[in-house]
Design a protein around this ligand. Structure first.
Ligand code: GRF
Length: 219
């Protein structure tokens, strides 16, 4: 049975689209809900075009409304969702709520760090490498354990828009890869991380070694 995914998005939804385009009928995951805090969000239109149930949150701070909107989802994906998720909702999805961020966290994240501002801050800092991060979401902005990252070089003639464009292209590859990995391993009840070599590890408690997982062992 495919893992049911609810995608929360506030904006245009290109990450949602990347997920919809990447997930085929035989894949172990399927987007079943698209939820937004903005009725005008392009992400809702993408969901409607794909025949997926959509919902607009009247009060994004109301846990009961969010839980109802994500309905039967087993995995929640925050893809350009700008509101904080209430702690009660986070608690219902232990290691089953992920967020994508257009920088290499923990740098260039946190309150107010979204969209163009992130890339402006990267350029202003003089950093030569930026990238994308997918991490487990918690009730704060951009702070949960990192699952996977991918680097993007900052070029001499970059401006916030050109950098954002190259990072977004990497986001569109990284997010489906993480979602498929979580679904392939059956949404484990403890954190996973992906190495740059594509290896998958169960993150061990502090002081213990992470356990490398083998896709062939998945059911
Ligand atoms: C992406 O860059 C994502 O990392 C960030 O918000 C942007 C959303 O883009 N959190 P889209 O709505 O998926 O096109």
């Amino acid at each position: 049975m495919a893992v049911h995914i609810a995608v929360l998005a506030s904006g245009g939804g290109t990450n949602l689209q990347a997920l919809l385009d990447a997930l085929g009928p035989d894949d172990p995951a399927r987007v079943t809900r698209v939820v937004s805090d903005r009725a005008a969000a392009g992400a809702l239109r993408r969901g409607e075009r794909a025949g997926i149930a959509t919902a607009v949150l009247r009060d994004p701070a109301d846990p009961a409304e969010i839980v109802a909107a994500v309905a039967d989802a087993e995995l929640v994906v925050l893809a350009g969702y700008l509101k904080l998720v209430p702690a009660q909702v986070v608690a219902r999805f232990p290691w089953r709520m992920v967020n994508i961020h257009p920088a290499l966290l923990p740098a260039f994240g946190g309150p107010g760090m979204f969209g163009r501002r992130v890339h402006e801050a990267v350029l202003a800092s003089g950093a030569r490498i930026s990238g994308a991060t997918v991490h487990y979401a918690d009730e704060t902005y951009d702070r949960g354990p990192i699952i996977a990252q991918w680097p993007v070089p900052v070029l001499e003639d970059d401006d916030p828009d050109s950098l954002a464009e190259r990072v977004l292209a990497v986001e569109h590859a990284l997010l489906p890869r993480v979602v498929l990995t979580l679904a392939t391993f059956g949404l484990p009840d403890r954190p996973l991380r992906l190495s740059a070599r594509g290896e998958v590890f169960h993150v061990a408690p502090a002081g213990a070694l992470d356990v490398k997982l083998d896709r062939r062992t998945t059911h």
